[in-house]
Design a protein around this ligand. Sequence first.
Ligand code: CUK
Ligand code: CUA
Ligand code: CA
Length: 649
Amino acid sequence: MIKIRKTHVGVLSGAALAVSAAALLCLPSCEQGSSAPSAGASPFARPFPMPHGYWKKTDEFYCFASGGQQGGIYVYGMPSMKLLSEIPIFNVDPRWGWTTANPEVREMMTNPRTGEVLISGDTHHPVLSRKDAKYDGKWLFINDKRNARIARMNLATFRTEEILWMENVPGGMHGFSSGPNTELLIGNIELESYPAKEIRDYLGAEVDIDLIKGPYVSCVFGVKVAPDGTMKTAWQVWGPWQYDLARAGWGESDGWFINTAYNTERSVNTVGMFKRPEDYVFYWNIASIEKAVADGKFITTEEAPDVPVIKWSDIELYAAPCPLNPHGLDIDPTGRYALSSGKATTLVRHYDFRKVKTAIEEQNFIGEEFGVPIIDKEAISGDIDTGLGPTHIEYDNEGYCYIGFFVDSDVKKVALGDPWDKKHGHEPWSVVDTIPAHYSVGHLMVPGGDSAEPYGKYLVIMNKLTKDTFLHHGPLICENHELYDIETVPAPLIDQMSLPPESHYAQGIPVSLVTQHAKSVYDLPSTLPTPGVAYDYDNKKATVTMTCVRSFFTPDMFTVPQGWDVDVQIQNVEMSLDMTHGWALTGYDVMESIDPGEHKTLQFKATHEGVFWYYCLWFCSELHMEMRGRMIVIPEAEWTPELEWSALK
Ligand code: CUK
Ligand code: CUA
Ligand code: CA
């Protein structure tokens, strides 16, 4: 690849775009010689006709983007920016076989505190599992901001396996991060709460909680992840503040986690949250939390008898000033620098963890609040003043960070300090490129950008506003994920991708790290179930054991007395790639999807009488329409055992 290195800051020049674009034409498939397909006149045109498997061969990364109010994950390939899948998590979605008729899904969606089934959520920060602070491609975790939940997806199947409901808090979970080895996940609560009396009493009068007027309190928590992925809350540290974003350290900052608070004012309204010119970044020593647990310095609550609740004043915690209402908080690949943005300012503050450690050792504090020492900012940090509304930060493998500006609608590429200056050769913390975005930048993503080993090459800018970029589609407008080539300066725009609302953060991982674990079909059970219907007169329940294969449901008819519970246990016996069947029941709110080899249970009540067809949802064969069967619901008064399926079949 031809590299263009220009140090000037500015918008794309036409000539630079043409040259770097020409370089980009050398996609892998065109490198194979003269028989390669030719591209059109546009610098980023695709070959035509498309060779078979073109996208599969040319995509280098998977991108997992949070869906926000979509409640799950969007999956696309990079650099094609082709949408591949959605992973349903908190929102019901029959397209992906994710409905509350399935008892496994319903259980994950059931609030253990209230027994209520919640069918919506708000996903923000996807976290890939990692080993030695590098992605391992096993699992993907994400938080639900609304309900303080963490979900774990298995990347072998791209399906959710577990949802953990955080104890003792109603919701408002925001910052979420993995330690370098995904044995410990760290999260924190953004929206302060009025916790159970045990916790209020434990924190004491010092934090001054009031149900109506506030202030309230909040917590950070650790979640242990077992080798099989199972999650369990390890501890919570409650204290006077709320916290926005969080990062568990690695490398030089291993053993610590860092988070931001924008409402150190402890206000309950917007204006009040804006009173101080500086809020805090907090440094938490994880070993001190584990020691507090070991020393028995905690309480538990009736709701969560096995979750240690620790007081902020019983652990090692430090505050460092951060410009007005910080948002973005991200750690560089060495783990040494943490950058945070004063979102209501022009300032991004870079904290040097080496200096933070020294300042703590030397007790270089300028005061304290709620007993928490405040580190002298002059000793540990410096400011980058380069644009309005700095929001999020991401890193590459060459010693640069990328800072997104919501108000300026651009991204600044900034050279990091020692030791990266020896690699990039620029003045530390100087701007080396300004990348225009469309419009109002939220998160940014460089593949591997939140790990010790960024893969670099591409930058995805996730814009919060799209305005006039795509065709009109009503007042609610799609998102715009913009793909840039960051191997050249200025960074050319490669593609723009429309995506339904609303991504926050994303993770990019090399294709091979995911495909090494990939499952194309589920494993069939060693003995296949025998189709049939069992009637349980004591519990008024009919259990239908069903198989499906192109183009039959077996049985293709069953009877049930009205008012009974129905359990349809359905086994897709296909072992062919892409042979998913559906099970849609007319007249009832039951609609499911069963992948090849998959076994699903569907539960509902046969509430109304008559003949109800069930049919396959996916166009699976030329006899797809014929792939259907009947559920016949008979009023209980008219029911006799002669009407059982086995007598009629
Ligand atoms: S947040 Cu949405 S753009 Cu939840 Cu990471 Cu900043
Ligand atoms: Cu099975 Cu259509
Ligand atoms: Ca504030």
